[in-house]
Ligand binder design. Structure first.
Ligand SMILES: Cc1cc2nc3c(=O)[nH]c(=O)nc-3n(C[C@H](O)[C@H](O)[C@H](O)COP(=O)(O)O)c2cc1C
Length: 282
């Protein structure tokens, strides 16, 4: 089957998903001897135009896991943005060492609904946006080696197919359905209620550079008044992690207690999950 280019489309507020998507996309392009293009759909500015894919594009579609799913504000955006033409797609989700739950299944469904043919899927633990204590340092060199290996296997699969429709989609997580959103807990085991929490900014540190406003994936920070966050907050941590002055943080008690709970319970090693399609036999 002929593939003309690889396009890696990714939503990545704090950068881990970008690293995974680009490594996978670049490795696929190298294996297939074709160009690679990155399509960063993290900010509203970059989600204005539809993403139209040709039938000979190989698409890498990557998002983080939020509450065990594709980020809920992003899912409808993806449905609006992505237009496939029956071409092949590899879906990838990152997760912060707790659990990807349904995120990969959901992303595969979104890709299929956009007329892409899922030929591979993977979910990989990476440093949690909330804390450096979970999956510290990931993605690392071993993760990149795994992504190169996955790329080689996907390229071989594609090489043995005449058309994307020859490849039966991988069975992800034993064919589980998309489940409910994960409900966060506090360190004492009670529900952590922080849906309305927003970052606070320290006026004595903020120099008004505007990096937070440009980075916010839901456009909720005003460039001229960066001490406030008037719009919705999806807790992605982009503004907190990207502020060069360290001026932004979350002080919501339930949020902080949830982070403590994660650190106490989810520091164990966590493995990536990889699923490959196979040539459909008629
Ligand atoms: C709002 C939010 C919810 C999250 N929910 C989960 C989760 O349910 N399971 C998990 O293992 N990691 C979870 N994470 C961790 C992210 O999946 C992880 O940090 C991801 O790499 C972030 O991607 P990015 O660096 O590309 O922004 C969550 C992170 C955020 C910001």
């Amino acid at each position: 089957m002929d593939i003309a280019r690889v396009v890696s489309a990714y939503f990545s507020p704090t950068g881990a998903t970008r690293k995974v998507a680009k490594k996978l996309g670049e490795s696929l392009a190298r294996e297939l001897g074709i160009p690679h293009k990155a399509a960063d759909i993290t900010t509203p500015k970059n989600r204005q135009k539809e993403l139209l894919f040709a039938s000979d594009d190989l698409v890498v579609l990557a998002t983080p896991t939020y509450a065990g799913r594709v980020p809920n504000k992003l899912a409808p955006e993806l449905e609006r943005l992505i237009r496939g033409s029956g071409g092949a797609c590899v879906v990838a989700t990152t997760f912060g060492n707790r659990n990807p739950d349904s995120s990969l299944v959901e992303l595969a469904r979104i890709a299929e609904a956009a007329d892409l043919r899922v030929v591979g899927a993977l979910s990989i633990p990476v440093r949690h946006a909330f804390t450096d204590k979970l999956a510290t340092g990931h993605p690392d060199e071993d993760d990149f080696a795994l992504l190169e290996d996955v790329a080689a296997r996907v390229a071989a699969l594609i090489g043995s197919a005449t058309d994307a429709s020859d490849i039966a989609a991988p069975v992800i997580r034993d064919g589980m359905p998309v489940g409910e959103y994960y409900r966060p807990l506090r360190a004492d085991g009670e529900p952590a209620i922080f849906l309305k929490a927003k970052p606070v900014a320290d006026a004595s540190l903020c120099d008004g550079c505007g990096i937070c406003a440009a980075a916010c994936p839901v456009g909720s920070i005003d460039r001229e008044r960066p001490l406030e966050t008037p719009g919705i907050c999806i807790k992605c941590q982009a503004c907190v992690r990207l502020c060069p002055q360290g001026a932004r943080r979350f002080d919501d008690p339930d949020f902080l207690s949830h982070v403590q709970m994660l650190e106490e319970n989810y520091a164990r090693p966590c493995e990536p999950e990889v699923y490959l399609g196979e040539i459909a036999r008629s």
